[in-house]
Design a protein. Structure first.
Length: 463
């Protein structure tokens, strides 16, 4: 859905309801017509009065209201069912102790299997291609051990210049472990001068020009800073045509946009579950290895949990490795964390990524339209904003990254006073992410209104 068609759709609905797109009435009508509106009730929305940093004088008339939470790209909200799933396992531990390893709704010895199928559906994979294990960066290292096997003629890794620091650190350390120098073995791709995001054509050209020397394309699904959604399918196809392995960090993509890891032929991928997947801070991560690599003989680290379950407890110290990504597990998954993830994927199971994406395109398009209309860059001298996330809905997920004409730190502080939750990323961006699984059109309307108050306050106090 093109940006113009989103606005056209909103305008058509406004005409149908005899109201203005920029009115709260319109936001309310959109929420009433939202087929996914009931999902919001599955989550705990922080109340205004419970947040730190609020200014009592600014929120006195809405202290009992839900806050405006636009930070699902950093930490998703708590599913209410977590109390049930987590307490179930705590009670089991209390009542039957060690027998909990093999009994109950989530036997601890294979607790990851309880959530694996739902997570696989979310990332577009077969369940056998997915494992729930470790943390994201640990999984990235485990995967790179297998897929980064440099030779004198093919030792480079293609990565975004501004990829998340952890990805850079992992790639740099893997390169050094093999005796190569990141200065010569990392291709760090920058946007064109004067541009904020990368063009697919430029990514493709680098692969075409450098592909014969690239061992791994270690890319991201959605860029954490700009919110750009990359054309993963094209990157995979081009990388494979040049003999490169292609893998993705999906921290900001899993649960945000539809993924087709199996169909696209992605070699490997990893992701966290505490952003759009709402499992809780620092919760367990996921990993993917395509079925075509299930019987590979690549180098890999070994641990007890990578051993086949059928022979794991023979304890003969003879590794009988599970096929595929399951063989990459080194330790048993923590059942309490799997129980937290279970509560979230139960909500995702009530809808589909396609339906969530449909709402997300409208929700983010609505946000973009209100921002551009309310705070345009012109000659009036009024504070304005600049959205650096691509305008094309096909090139973004739920997040819009915004720059300001007034001091960003002051805007951020003013928003916190007004019970708006989002995050600031250096050097000069606020990330706003209306997550379709729990955010509403009214949330977006209120955010834009409170942003105006905050920008005005920031501009007044900046002199």
């Amino acid at each position: 859905m093109a940006a113009c068609s989103v606005v056209e759709t909103l305008e058509q609905k406004a005409k149908q309801w005899a109201c203005e797109v920029h009115s709260e009435e319109f936001a309310t009508q959109m929420d009433n017509a939202d087929p996914l509106k009931e999902l919001r009730g599955e989550f705990s929305i922080p109340k205004v009065q419970d947040l730190p940093y609020i200014d009592e004088s600014m929120v006195s008339d809405r202290k009992q209201d839900d806050c405006v939470y636009m930070c699902g790209n950093s930490l998703g909200l708590k599913p209410k069912a977590i109390h049930e799933t987590l307490n179930r396992e705590l009670e089991k531990w209390s009542k039957i102790g060690v027998y909990g390893h093999t009994m109950g709704e989530m036997p601890w010895a294979w607790c990851e299997d309880v959530v694996k199928e739902d997570v696989a559906r979310i990332v577009g994979a077969d369940p056998e291609e997915v494992s729930i294990m470790n943390g994201l960066t640990i999984n990235l290292h485990l995967l790179l051990i297998s897929f980064y096997r440099p030779t004198p003629t093919r030792h480079k890794v293609l990565i975004e210049a501004h990829s998340f620091p952890s990805d850079h650190y992992a790639v740099e350390s893997q390169i050094r472990l093999h005796g190569y120098d990141p200065e010569t073995s990392m291709i760090c791709l920058e946007p064109r001068e004067g541009e904020e995001t990368l063009r697919t054509e430029d990514i493709v050209k680098v692969i075409e020009d450098e592909g014969d020397s690239i061992a791994v394309i270690a890319w991201t699904g959605v860029q954490y800073y700009t919110g750009q959604l990359f054309d993963m399918e094209t990157i995979v196809q081009k990388g494979h045509s040049k003999g490169c392995y292609v893998g993705f960090d999906l921290a900001h993509a899993a649960g945000n946009v539809p993924l087709r890891l199996h169909d696209w032929g992605v070699d490997y991928a990893c992701w966290c579950t505490y952003k759009y997947l709402n499992s809780g801070a620092g919760c367990i991560a996921g990993a993917f290895i395509h079925e075509k690599h299930a019987d590979n003989d690549f180098p890999k680290l070994s641990g007890w949990w990578g051993h086949k379950l059928t022979s794991r407890f023979q304890m003969d110290n003879k590794m009988d490795r599970s096929r595929g990504v399951a063989g990459y597990r080194v330790s048993n998954a923590p059942p309490m964390l799997c129980a937290c993830l279970e509560a979230s994927v139960q909500v995702f199971a009530k809808t589909s990524m396609e339906d969530l994406r449909h709402k997300s395109v409208q929700l983010t398009g609505y946000l973009e339209h209100l921002l551009k209309t309310a705070y345009p860059k012109n000659d009036s001298g009024k504070p304005f904003i600049e959205i650096i996330t691509p305008a094309d809905p096909a090139q973004r997920g739920a997040q819009l990254s915004i720059k300001f004409s007034v001091p960003i730190g002051k805007v951020f502080e003013e928003l916190k006073k007004r019970a708006v939750v989002l995050d600031k990323r250096e050097p000069n961006v606020l990330r706003v992410a209306p997550a379709p699984i729990y955010n509403s059109f009214t949330d977006v309307f209120r955010f834009v209104k409170l942003l105006g108050e905050s920008m005005h306050a920031a501009s007044v106090t900046s002199f």
